[in-house]
Design a protein around this ligand. Structure first.
Ligand code: GLN
Length: 385
């Protein structure tokens, strides 16, 4: 058997299998209600599937343009102008990509050099730190403040050094379900004012925002937009997480560097699906109605767990509801999540896996992008714990 001398010195020694795969697999093994990994358990709109049939039969099955089908780039730019008042040029400043994870990885790869520091907030979505580390960068974590997960902006200022190349933000935020306020964005702009720091803003849940909160895209803030990538995902917006389709927006000079990496990584994104999405995006209601749709699901789930010993934390955006369990047990969240899956038949995501040091506030994340039937079954189990 070969020994691979030197080869198996991992570039990502800390990385195991992502928690989403681990928990979904465990849920399947134990036939548990799966409120762990974030994906809808219902299908996308029938109209979207009609468009799939139309465009996969339209002879459009060869390579599309490298940056994306122009009709899609144009309608993405129109939507961004209408919602956030920002003008992105479809030719140079909009790129269609195979998912948001890819866009984040590509932006990090295009700018982060060995020894560079990247500031990110934790708990952090689990793809961020590995993307930085595999490129030789160093993640610098600023902890959001439990229980409302607010931002300590002074800690952000203190984290900036001459080596800071990039800052990664995510609003609405996975896994905390918190959102940035307009004031947060103004403070961020002022902190970055005299720096060359590039911002990557993960906005995949831009349309999933509740209780009258408004999505604060970096695109709304010209001073931030000029140094930022905005990343979005059709998977969340149209309930097609398996399609792996998304887009990135950035000023021309930044996007030119992004595309250098993009063209030699994937080169192009699935062509026929881009035509599908270009036509489907004309229906503004399909994304504008999402907030009300998911708020009803959140409230249905919350009503279902009334009287349980789990304590809901605010869910202002995303399709996640966090529940604190300190009134139930002092077990570590990773152990509890496994035990509840095996013994009670309900799977969730433990928040400590999103902290580099395993910090645990005794919180589990539950996904409410599920049918009422699934949510009712899940809630009934939780009431009995
Ligand atoms: N983003 C989804 C979540 O947070 C899962 C995506 C994945 O499985 N990588 O649950």
């Amino acid at each position: 058997m070969p020994t691979y001398p030197g080869v198996l010195v991992s570039k990502l020694p800390q990385v195991g299998t992502t928690i989403f795969t681990v928990m979904s697999r465990l849920a399947a093994e134990h036939n548990a209600i799966n409120l762990s990994q974030g994906f809808p358990d219902f299908d996308c709109a029938p109209r979207l599937l009609e468009l799939v049939t139309k465009y996969f039969n339209a002879g459009l099955n060869q390579y599309p343009p490298m940056a994306g089908v122009m009709a899609l780039r144009e309608i993405i730019a129109e939507k961004t102008a209408a919602l956030y008042g920002a003008a992105y040029n479809p030719e140079h400043e909009v790129t269609v990509v195979p998912g948001a994870t890819y866009a984040i990885f590509t932006a990090v790869t295009a700018f982060v050099r060995p020894g560079d520091e990247v500031i990110l907030f934790e708990p952090a979505y689990d793809s961020y730190a590995p993307a930085i580390e595999v490129n030789g960068g160093r993640p610098v974590f600023v902890r959001l403040q439990y229980p409302d997960y607010s931002i300590d902006w002074q800690a952000v200022s203190r984290a900036i050094t001459p080596r800071t190349r990039m800052l990664l933000i995510n609003t609405p935020n996975n896994p905390t379900a918190s959102v940035f306020s307009a004031e947060d964005m103004r403070v961020l702009a002022s902190i970055l004012r005299d720096t060359n720091i590039v911002v990557v803003s993960d906005e995949v849940y831009e349309h999933l925002i509740y209780d009258g909160h408004q999505h604060q895209s970096v695109a709304r803030f010209p001073e931030l937009a000029e140094r930022s990538f905005v990343v979005s995902s059709f998977g969340k917006t149209y309930s097609v997480t398996g399609w792996k389709m998304g887009y990135a927006l950035a000023p021309k000079e930044l996007m030119a560097e992004f595309r250098k990496v993009h063209q030699f990584n994937v080169f192009v994104t699935n062509g026929p699906l881009q035509y599908v999405l270009a036509e489907y995006m004309r229906d503004k209601d399909a994304y504008l109605s999402l907030a009300a749709f998911y708020q009803r699901k959140r409230d249905f789930f919350l009503a279902g767990i009334t009287g349980s010993r789990f304590r809901p934390l605010p869910s202002r955006g995303t399709f996640f509801q966090n529940l604190a369990y300190d009134a139930i047990t002092d077990e570590k969240d990773t152990e509890l999540a496994v035990r509840l899956t095996k013994e009670k038949g309900i799977a969730s995501i433990p928040l400590s896996v999103f902290y580099h040091d395993g910090h645990c506030d005794r919180v589990l994340r539950f996904c409410f992008a599920k049918s009422e039937e699934t949510l009712a079954k899940g809630a009934a189990i939780l009431r009995g714990i």
